[in-house]
Write a protein that binds this ligand. Structure first.
Ligand SMILES: [Zn+2]
Length: 408
């Protein structure tokens, strides 16, 4: 409610807290200041004057001046409030904008959640050691383990070092129904049999063909000598040199190599008319060549690498190296000889080699040089869902870790 008074008239008003306050409205006073009147502690002696003033105020120009002044004062107060609100809003916005990690949002981390974490810059709040403990776990290996594992190189130059009791299993007893095996005495590492089951199940689902046959697997030195002698006798020295390694230098000693064949049921009317054909990797069998890396296998002696492997093209000989390594070898077009050197450029604390499988699984691979001591600690990313540590059979370890999936 506005005070609208005649000039020279005091008007008293009850305030909210019950105290009385007077407001002088004489023209010169009103234009200069508001003041407590010493006369103000009285009720308006003439309340009717207020009502009369309401109807006659326009007759007094200085009354309108008061009104305009009041309006200006009100305008200044609300203007100040608006400025205050804007300032608060701007300050809060700045705080929020500053608290957002723009660097993270615009970095590759959003698109590559499993990118190499080694780019992190260490600040005052976390030491490199603390950061390492947060990201890394260590697996202990002994020095002679460089001769063990799916990625060991065995060739003319690098012999296999036999174990007293090789950890191999019958394919016949452990295989699925999607393929065949020539006898109950074909043995492979269990890890490889599991991968072979997955690959052959996928091949059967695609082709309804279950005629792929595992013809040969693990061989000890004596068995390799027998193979060599029989090839020598049957095909001559030149052939034996070209296709068969001498005992100690065959991949078949590792338990991670196999020869495939194709079983032909033949004409059921004719007894004995069944045969085993060479696995040539053609027609529908080309699928194996094209997809084996997704299951951890490589065609070990390809036609394009004869000068590197010094073994003639073998369309039937497959080697298990584990998925991460097989994907990298296939992607880079490397033989195992070349891969063992290639991976030496990748290390846990330097750059790791990242590769993604068809199903979205992301693998990182790297090399750790052997220090020649038992109890060496091999670093593994703590985020790894699974990992494989393999010797290279020469001087160190090749690690392949499954660190995530692109679709998750
Ligand atoms: Zn072979």
């Amino acid at each position: 409610m506005q005070n609208q008074n005649r000039p020279n008239q005091n008007q008293n008003k009850n305030t909210a807290n019950g105290q009385q306050r007077s407001r002088t409205t004489s023209p010169h006073q009103a234009q200069n200041h508001r003041s407590q009147s010493p006369m103000g502690n009285q009720r308006n002696p003439n309340p009717g004057a207020r009502i009369a003033a309401a109807y006659t105020q326009t007759a007094y120009p200085h009354q309108n001046r008061n009104k305009r002044r009041l309006k200006r004062r009100k305008g200044a107060v609300s203007g100040f409030a608006v400025v205050l609100v804007v300032m608060i809003f701007v300050s809060l916005s700045l705080l929020i904008v500053r608290s957002i990690d723009w660097e993270y949002i615009f970095s590759d981390k959003t698109r590559q959640p499993f990118s190499n974490p080694d780019n992190i810059v260490y600040g005052p709040y976390i030491t490199e050691q603390e950061h390492d403990a947060y990201l890394t776990k260590y697996v202990t290996v002994d020095a002679d383990q460089i001769h063990r594992g799916p990625c060991i190189l065995v060739n003319f130059d690098v012999p296999y070092i036999f174990e007293e009791d090789e950890d191999v299993y019958s394919v016949f007893k452990n295989k699925t129904k999607s393929y065949k095996v020539t006898s109950g005495s074909v043995f492979l590492r269990m890890e490889m049999i599991n991968a072979l089951n997955d690959m052959m199940d996928a091949f059967y689902a695609k082709t309804e063909n279950r005629n792929i046959m595992v013809n040969s697997g693990f061989r000890n030195a004596k068995q390799q000598q027998e193979v060599y002698d029989s090839k020598l006798q049957l095909n001559g020295a030149e052939y034996a040199e070209k296709y068969v390694q001498k005992p100690g230098y065959s991949e078949h000693h590792t338990g991670y190599a196999m020869d495939l064949a194709v079983y032909d049921e033949g004409d059921l009317e004719v007894e004995g008319d069944e045969a085993m054909w060479t696995f040539d990797g053609k027609n529908e069998y080309f699928w194996v060549d094209q997809n084996c890396d997704q299951y951890g296998f490589v065609l070990r002696y390809s036609a394009s690498k004869e000068d590197v492997t010094r073994i003639a093209y073998e369309s039937w000989h497959y080697r298990y190296v584990g998925i991460g390594n097989a994907l990298t070898m296939t992607n880079m077009g490397l033989s195992l000889e070349e891969y063992v050197n290639f991976i030496k450029d990748y290390s846990y604390n330097g750059t790791r080699y990242y590769i993604t499988a068809d199903n979205g699984d992301i693998y990182c691979t790297y090399y750790v040089k052997s220090n020649g001591q038992d109890g060496q600690k091999i670093p593994i990313p703590k985020t790894a869902r699974s990992y494989q540590i393999s010797g290279n059979n020469i001087d160190g370890f090749i690690i392949a870790a499954l660190v995530g999936n692109e679709q998750q």
